[in-house]
Ligand binder design. Structure first.
Ligand SMILES: *Cc1c(COP(=O)(O)O)cnc(C)c1O
Length: 357
């Protein structure tokens, strides 16, 4: 960014993130359709209205929908609408809102503290919610007000309905709001094969940040309010934070391409399947261990330093930030079986080489 770069693009040999991928053809076509003549600005257009209606149809409830530019804004503004500055938000210690948003949730809520909870496989342990709430209740401590969970999680796992119900039990018991970071919500729905309502408002989710970017859009995530009171004046929050698109139809129209004919679910099914194939291939390689149960579109594996280095030298791009040697391989809507097999072939070859040494 801003610096001269010697990167060769386009990249093909990448499993770094699903946001490296392009816009899927259906979203692209819908964007082009939206580019006809003039429409009202700031979300008063028919495209935005149609997508919002489609989202209400998908969730089978009268929810309120807003579009912002990215997931960080969606999460931060959603959480700010739930909390006052003296409150706290409980989330998993590896949550995106804690680790990857540069303090935006605290910034936009004017100081609401994010408190971290443990939990296996990237999922909040419901008992940890109780412990954290009961730990202190005096006036000197930021009052717990909201729980934030990520579905699918940062570790590629998915909360089941009973697991969500266990979280809901705690939020009910302690009068906490429930926020869901759904940057990969589509992958969770595709994995579980349930109606979207079963893992959102039916289990007490007040606001869902419904990500489209990683599923095949170029830009623009949806904030879905199941609680109408929380949505009051949300448009002012969006405007003040620079998140109200004036030509809103260019955020919303591509969503129509994604949501018509269940393209969003097909894209998610595909990336989940590619991750499943990759998991199968990696599990067969001696010296490679899978770190978390693969449920969505990513596989985490432990590789040795020399193998990581040589994979990078061969041009493979992936994250290796989990502990010492924990690597993340993320599949996208356009990852092919060939991509997966080539990656696995190289890993197999290099691992065997270093195993012998
Ligand atoms: C990608 C992602 C987001 C959104 O990130 P932006 O870069 O702000 O769009 C939010 N939560 C999770 C878990 C993510 O992976």
């Amino acid at each position: 960014m801003g610096k001269s770069s010697n990167l060769k693009e386009p990249l093909r040999t990448q499993f770094a993130s699903d946001n490296y991928s392009g816009i899927c053809p259906e979203a692209w076509a819908a964007l082009e359709k939206g580019n006809k003549g003039h429409s009202r600005g700031y979300g008063e257009d028919s495209w935005t209205e149609s997508v919002s209606d489609r989202i209400r149809e998908i969730f089978e409830i009268d929810c309120e929908v807003f579009f912002v530019f990215n997931g960080t804004a969606a999460n931060s503004l959603a959480l700010a609408s739930m909390c006052n500055s003296y409150h706290s938000i409980l989330c998993h210690e590896y949550a995106h809102i804690e680790r990857d948003e540069c303090g935006a949730p605290e910034f936009f809520s004017h100081g609401t503290k994010v408190l971290l909870l443990p939990g296996q496989n990237g999922k909040v342990n419901p008992r940890a919610i109780e412990e954290e709430v009961l730990r202190r209740s005096d006036i000197h401590y930021p009052k717990p007000r909201a729980v934030s969970i990520t579905q699918a999680t940062e570790f590629g796992t998915v909360y089941t309905i009973p697991e969500l119900q266990a979280v809901q039990e705690m939020t009910r018991k302690f009068h906490l709001r429930l926020h869901m970071d759904g940057a990969r919500f589509a992958n969770a729905v595709a994995c579980l094969g349930v109606a979207p309502k079963e893992i959102t408002w039916k289990v007490g989710v007040d606001i869902l940040c419904f990500g489209g970017t990683k599923n095949g859009l170029g830009v623009g995530d949806a904030v879905v309010f199941f609680d109408h009171e929380l949505a009051r004046e949300f448009e002012y929050r969006c405007k003040q934070s620079g998140q109200l698109a004036s030509k809103m139809r260019f955020l919303s129209a591509p969503w129509l391409g994604l949501l018509e004919n269940d393209v969003w679910l097909r894209n998610a099914q595909h990336s989940n399947q590619m991750a499943s194939l990759l998991e199968k291939r990696l599990a067969e390689i001696p010296g490679v261990s899978i770190l978390f149960p693969r449920e969505a579109n990513s596989v985490f594996a432990e590789l040795s330093r020399p193998v990581i280095r040589e994979m990078n030298q061969r041009g493979w791009i992936f994250y290796s930030f989990i502990g010492d040697g924990g690597c993340r391989f993320m599949c996208s809507w356009d990852t092919t079986e060939d991509d997966v097999n080539q990656l696995a072939d190289d890993l197999q070859e290099l691992t065997a080489l270093h195993h012998k040494e």
